[in-house]
Structures are given as structure tokens and as C-alpha cells.
Design a protein around this ligand. Structure first.
Ligand SMILES: [Zn+2]
Length: 265
């Protein structure tokens, strides 16, 4: 059983402000420590259920948040960015039985987390695929499915867990906090880790995981915070400016959409 884990920080227990998510700023080291512990908990759950290989991709900011020595023995860690259209899913093309998303968060403009965003929080107001508000989870679940890797577990804020249960009903979820405006109501870090470990174990044991569906037609619509950025993005071949801040791209395939998405940020 080979498990792939993509990890983020905005959905980690207790993390509430943007400062806590940036290396060097107030509260980052504490948030980073909790992210490390939650990812390690997911690894332990997978190992307890029989996983014999785990690859973890650090998917936040510098992608250098996870510490190799904080992971259980045997876990392989992918740190840094690989200049790949797979982004936070770098390495998922190497053959895995299932994927976990740990520390994931609500999508751009969602009121369910003070840290809701999709990809670049300072660039996109909203991201739509086929007219539906899109989370990093959705893009990454399709990226995994492109390589026949099913989605087994999503941990993070309550908003993303609800979206996961709604869109991917077979997925095990572990909500470690809830957004209330600019605030969060969060589990104790130890309780969060316990819940994640248990959910990870169950997800692998139950083996109910499936690949996220990849629609045949993919229409990407990006609403930028800044019209200058939108104008620059509209220069991508095939992209069309819908209004001052919105750019639309009709993709020929998921790979084509991921490439456009990468270049249009
Ligand atoms: Zn992040």
C-alpha cells in the first residue's frame, strides 16, 4: 500500500492569522510545529493500516515547513517546489494506491475560514471550474485522478471537510477547526492529531477510496483581485478577458487546464 500525502498549513488546528502561515512571522513556528505533528499523525494512521510506503509533499509557501526528522521512520518527504504543473501534488505521478490531503482549507471567498483561498490568496478573489467555486482540494483531487490515484482522506477546516463529503462522499474527513468570521474554534492540537491518526487508519483499512471524476469539458474562470494581473493573464494563448478582473479559459484536457492555471498566476 503506497500512500501519497499533500500537506498545507491553513487548515491546521489553531492556525487563524496569515502571519502564522508565513515563515519568520509571529506564531509561524508554533503553527509549523502543529502542521508537522498533524502530518506525522496521518502517516502513523496509514502505517498502522498497512501502508509500506508514504511520500509526503510539503505544499505550503516555501514548501520547507515540514521537518524530515518530525516524520515517522520510513516516510519520504518531498520539500521545495518542482516547477511542475502538479504544484502541491508533485510526485503523485509515481504510482500510489491513495492520496491524503492534510491541513487543507476552504476555497477562495468562502466564509467558512478566515484563511480561505485558492492557490494564491493575494491574486485570486475566486476560482471557478465549470461554474463551480473551486478549492485547492478539487484541483489536486483531479490531478491525483489523472494518474489513477484515488482520494482517501481530507483533514483541515470544517468548510473543506463539508465540501469533501459533499463532492467526494467516499472520502474520510477530519475537521480540526471551524471558522467564525475572522476567528477559529479549534480542537486541542493533541486531539486534532488523535482524530487525524484514527481517520487515516480507517481510510486505509476501509479502502472505500475512489478517484475524483475529471469532467470531459473544463472551463476555468479566474476572478483576479487586481485588473492589471487579469489583463496580463488574458494574454495566455486561448484565454479570454470576460470583464476587468475575470479571465476565462476553455481547456482541452486537465493537463492543459493545469498548465494554463500555472501560467496565469
Ligand atoms: Zn498554504
Amino acid at each position: 500500500m503506497r500512500v501519497y500525502i499533500s500537506a498545507d498549513i491553513e487548515g491546521v488546528a489553531g492556525v487563524t492569522s496569515w502571519d502564522e502561515t508565513y515563515p519568520g512571522r509571529d506564531g509561524y513556528e508554533e503553527a509549523r510545529d502543529r502542521m508537522n505533528r498533524e502530518v506525522a499523525a496521518a502517516c502513523r494512521g496509514a502505517i498502522a493500516a498497512g501502508a509500506d510506503e508514504i511520500v509526503v509533499k510539503d505544499g505550503h509557501e516555501t514548501a520547507l515547513n515540514l521537518k524530515p526528522e518530525a516524520m515517522p521512520r520510513g516516510v519520504k518527504l518531498l520539500r521545495g517546489w518542482g516547477q511542475s504543473i502538479l504544484g502541491m501534488m508533485l510526485g503523485v505521478d509515481r504510482g500510489f494506491d491513495c492520496a491524503f490531503f492534510v491541513g487543507y482549507h476552504s476555497e477562495a471567498s468562502s466564509p467558512l475560514s478566515p484563511l480561505s483561498h485558492t492557490s494564491e490568496f493575494d491574486i485570486y478573489q475566486e476560482v471557478y471550474i465549470n461554474g463551480e467555486k473551486t478549492a485547492e482540494m478539487d484541483i489536486n483531487a483531479m490531478s491525483a485522478a489523472m494518474y489513477n490515484v484515488p482520494l482517501a482522506l481530507v483533514t483541515g477546516d470544517k468548510g473543506i471537510c463539508l465540501k469533501a463529503s459533499d463532492k467526494y462522499p467516499w472520502v474520510k474527513t477530519a475537521a480540526v477547526k471551524e471558522g467564525i468570521g475572522g476567528a477559529t474554534l479549534s480542537l486541542h492540537p493533541d486531539d486534532a492529531c488523535e482524530l487525524i491518526e484514527k481517520s487515516a487508519r480507517e481510510a486505509v483499512e476501509e479502502r472505500k477510496f475512489k478517484c475524483a471524476p475529471i469532467p470531459e469539458k473544463l472551463v476555468l474562470e479566474l476572478v483576479y483581485k487586481n485588473h492589471v494581473k487579469a489583463r496580463a493573464a488574458s494574454l495566455y494563448p486561448g484565454a479570454v478577458a470576460v470583464d476587468g478582473c475575470t479571465v476565462r479559459y476553455e481547456a482541452k484536457s486537465l493537463e492543459d487546464m493545469l498548465r494554463a492555471y500555472n501560467f496565469m498566476s
